[in-house]
Write a protein that binds this ligand. Structure first.
Ligand SMILES: Cc1cc2nc3c(=O)[nH]c(=O)nc-3n(C[C@H](O)[C@H](O)[C@H](O)COP(=O)(O)OP(=O)(O)OC[C@H]3O[C@@H](n4cnc5c(N)ncnc54)[C@H](O)[C@@H]3O)c2cc1C
Ligand code: FES
Length: 506
């Protein structure tokens, strides 16, 4: 099956239901207090908080703001990150686990407060969040999580039923969580940044930062001098700090679905595999369910169309579907211990900061990043800093195993699709087909599009040189090592890569 035959418009509902942005490109050099690289929730919220604190800010976005992961999320705002609190207590102790929960709860309140104060109409709605199990063996774990979270002061309880139309064995419920329309909220923040004297530049890719006093931010369109720089590019684009050894990018698949009968009130995620997450969203045509399913390492799934099909099947098994209106997919970065990396970019950094590794929960963590980085830049003491410190000691013991497993799996995967074919296969390729081939020692990524045009690129990812793999559902070349993605023309769809795949000939 080709991706075109799947049901639903192939676009994120958040992008389809809001106006496109048209911020200018950077034209000349500039001097600011803080340059923020990346226009997703982490970057825009940080720029907003800094602007509120009186800082002169500039946001630099390589493409269009809010069209990255934030434009493709499911936008539950919650401190219930599937199951995390028991693990946090075991790893970091009660005090830090408590601070983590408090910071995430604060983020929910901040979004409500900011949208109210500034009349940003963003479909913000309080709702309960559930992590449920459908297997009896997991009930004790769920009960334990509810108990631990409650002891940490979170609004947690164990429940045996839920508003879902299918049976569960038990769930952790967090009351008074929320969901919203992320683009409506963040386009509101972008306007406030601009009207408050801040700058937003789109189509302005950052290629280098030279840390100093001031820092020099190099873009394809000129340089910016800034006292401080925040890297909020989803995957950190600079290799210093070794984030590529301790972040795991995972992709999931999202459907916008109308069902017969009432939609369940609340936000739901299971603990089993495959992943299945549900929330509702008001639309012009009534309440729509946003379903998220499947999960795999970016670049390491050959049947990406099957991921959409499987998500649809699971949805139809569980709900009476009247229509599928939208489908999209995206990826998030997972850390070794489930806690994001927010703080100084490297142990030696003085003015360079990072916010990444949101583990599928970047709505609240994006706001936590904004609050925490603003405090750090303003020189304020904050207890959250030690929880999110990107170089925290507790995880170091896990790094070696994580690194070995990661590299090993990626290498095995690469050898599975580099079949040693040469250029003789190209004339035999069908429309819509893609292959990685070897010609005169060079590895080439070849795609024959639906019109029969052949696109040839170097198959070596410009980040650290792994071989890219074809993603049939999204028509992109995805890197199995750290999740960079490229269009059939070689343009960057997702960092950490900064440079496109060079065009080649066969
Ligand atoms: C399927 C799915 C569902 C999810 N659902 C939820 C949910 O319900 N609740 C929740 O809390 N979280 C959820 N998440 C996670 C959440 O969406 C992300 O953690 C969050 O959106 C990441 O935001 P960000 O600002 O870090 O990245 P992005 O939104 O991707 O922003 C980064 C920006 O940096 C730009 N950039 C990259 N390189 C450069 C460069 N060199 N120069 C300039 N700009 C650059 C990019 O173009 C991009 O716009 C989900 C994730 C997935 C995968
Ligand atoms: S993303 Fe790192 S090598 Fe491709």
């Amino acid at each position: 099956m080709s991706g075109e035959n799947l049901p639903g418009k192939h676009v994120s509902f958040w992008i389809a239901s809001t106006p496109k942005t048209d911020f200018p490109r950077l034209k000349a050099g500039l001097e600011v207090d803080v340059a923020v690289i990346g226009g997703g929730i982490a970057g825009l919220a940080t720029a907003y908080f800094l602007k509120e604190a009186g800082k002169k800010v500039a946001v630099l976005e390589s493409r269009r703001i809010l069209e990255g992961v934030t434009g493709h999320t499911t936008a539950k705002i919650t401190s219930l990150h599937t199951l995390i609190y028991q693990n946090l207590v075991d790893l970091f102790g009660k005090e830090k686990a408590k601070l983590f929960g408090e910071s995430q709860q604060t983020a929910i309140d901040k979004i409500e407060e900011i949208s109210r104060k500034n009349n940003i109409s963003c479909d913000f709605k309080r709702a309960a969040a559930y992590t449920y199990t459908q297997t009896a063996e997991k009930v004790n774990k769920i009960k334990g999580e509810a108990e631990t979270a409650k002891n940490l002061g979170l609004p947690a309880s164990f429940v045996e039923t839920s508003p879902l139309p299918y049976p569960i064995k038990g769930a952790v419920r967090f009351d008074n969580q929320a969901h919203f329309h992320p683009r409506k909220f963040l386009l509101g923040l972008a306007n406030l940044i601009q009207s408050g004297g801040g700058k937003i530049f789109e189509q302005t890719k950052v290629t280098e930062v030279k840390e100093g006093e001031p820092c020099l931010v190099v873009t394809e369109r000129g340089e910016i001098r800034a006292k401080d720089v925040v890297v909020a590019t989803h995957y950190p684009i600079f290799n210093e700090g070794g984030y590529f050894t301790r972040l795991n990018p995972l992709r999931s698949y999202v459907l916008g679905v109308y069902i017969n009968g009432p939609v369940p009130e609340g936000m739901f995620i299971n603990t089993e595999t495959p992943l299945f997450s549900v929330r509702s969203q008001p639309t012009e045509k009534g309440q729509m369910l946003i379903i998220t399913g499947q999960e795999h390492k970016t670049g390491q799934e050959n049947n990406t169309i099957g991921c959409y099909e499987e998500t649809e099947k699971l949805t139809r098994d569980r709900f009476s579907v009247s229509s599928i209106a939208y489908r999209w997919s995206t990826q998030d970065n997972y850390t070794i211990d489930g806690v994001p990396y927010i703080g100084k970019y490297t142990p030696g950094s003085q003015h360079l900061y990072v916010a990444t590794g949101f583990n599928g929960w970047g709505m609240a963590s994006g706001i936590v990043s904004a609050v925490l980085l603003t405090d750090l830049i303003l020189g304020k003491e904050t207890p959250w800093a030690s929880v999110y410190d990107p170089v925290r000691l507790e995880q170091v013991k896990g790094v070696k195993n994580f690194l070995l497993t990661n590299v090993d799996v990626a290498q095995k995967f690469i050898s599975s699709y580099l079949s040693g074919q040469g250029k003789e296969v190209v004339p035999k390729m069908k429309n819509g087909e893609a292959k990685v081939i070897k010609v005169n020692g060079q590895k080439l990524a070849v795609y024959k599009d639906e019109e029969g045009k052949i696109h040839v690129l170097s198959a070596k990812c410009t980040h650290l040189g792994c071989l890219v793999n074809w993603n049939k559902a999204e028509k992109s070349w995805d890197c199995p090592c750290h999740g960079s993605r490229f269009s059939p023309e070689g343009e960057i769809l997702h960092d950490p890569a900064i440079y496109p795949l060079p065009k080649k000939e066969v």
